[in-house]
Design a protein around this ligand. Structure first.
Ligand SMILES: NC(=O)c1ccc[n+]([C@@H]2O[C@H](COP(=O)([O-])OP(=O)(O)OC[C@H]3O[C@@H](n4cnc5c(N)ncnc54)[C@H](OP(=O)(O)O)[C@@H]3O)[C@@H](O)[C@H]2O)c1
Length: 236
């Protein structure tokens, strides 16, 4: 089993859904983990639930200054950053005619801007470990357009391009960058109800397992892209 003892990870958007599952898997592997989202009460509640190696820091990834504080406070507390998981994201599924300018801006600034702000702030620390890792949670919507995806597809297609370009630069700074592109996952995303029983959708633990597998390869081996889809999606 992957041993992350002594390593420090930041997971954005980790009070629920995929991000929380990633945080739980990393803690189980021995890492210290910074749990984060916009909602202060949930950040502290979840960090307390996850135990002594979890720390909560409030951060809206759409705010570059907040992303810098997220990184600075992590380093102040734990002294290093080994892994950054850029997971925070929003989905506003509307056609062009219905999407407002502020909805467009929010989606692009969170899903794309937030990854840039956090990665830029964390890069020197990731590089200093000589084996840093950034994992960006994108989507199959990073390459499959769908009706109502004007904003979401734009942000996730952009994230795929940004991730792979960034990867080509920072590998020479001792940082690997990978992208995980899940299909439909059973979470609260886009205001959906998360079901207690497993459905045809991917489970959050499936996504967390993919992230952990990426981290398990030795430094000379870099799996840069993972596409993950439900085994038997609902027909029609
Ligand atoms: N669910 C799916 O079907 C699916 C499929 C493919 C990809 N994804 C991607 O997976 C990622 C996680 O989605 P999820 O399904 O786990 O969603 P979720 O259950 O809705 O959880 C989203 C998390 O992100 C936080 N968040 C939202 N906006 C934020 C912001 N501006 N700054 C910081 N944190 C923020 C939320 O907390 P607060 O609202 O309190 O801030 C929450 O902790 C997203 O990037 C999404 O695009 C999801």
């Amino acid at each position: 089993m992957l041993d992350l003892t002594g390593k420090v990870a930041i997971v954005t958007g980790s009070t629920k859904g995929i991000g929380r599952a990633v945080a739980e898997h990393m803690l189980a592997a021995g890492a210290a983990v910074v749990v984060s989202s916009r909602t202060e009460a949930e950040v502290h509640e979840v960090a307390a639930q996850l135990g002594d190696r979890a720390m909560g820091i409030v951060c809206d990834v759409a705010d570059p200054d907040a992303c810098q504080r997220l990184v600075d406070e992590t380093v102040a507390r734990f002294g290093r950053i080994d892994v950054l998981v850029n997971n925070a994201g929003v989905g506003i599924f509307k056609p062009l005619s219905e999407m407002t300018v502020s909805e467009w801006q929010l989606q692009v600034n969170v899903n794309l801007g937030g990854v840039f702000y956090c990665s830029k702030a964390a890069l020197p620390h990731l590089s200093a470990t000589e084996d840093g890792f950034i994992v960006n949670i994108a989507s199959l919507a990073s390459r499959n357009p769908f009706p109502g995806g004007t904003g979401y597809n734009a942000s996730k297609y952009g994230l795929l391009g940004m991730t792979e370009a960034m990867m080509l630069d920072v590998r020479y700074d001792d940082v690997r960058v990978s992208i995980v592109m899940p299909g439909s996952v059973d979470t609260h995303f886009n205001g959906r109800e998360q079901l207690p029983e497993r459905t045809w959708r991917l489970h959050v633990d499936d996504c967390a397992t993919a992230v952990m597998q990426l981290l398990s390869y030795p430094k000379q081996a870099h799996v840069s892209r993972v596409e993950m889809r439900p085994g038997q999606p609902k027909k029609g």
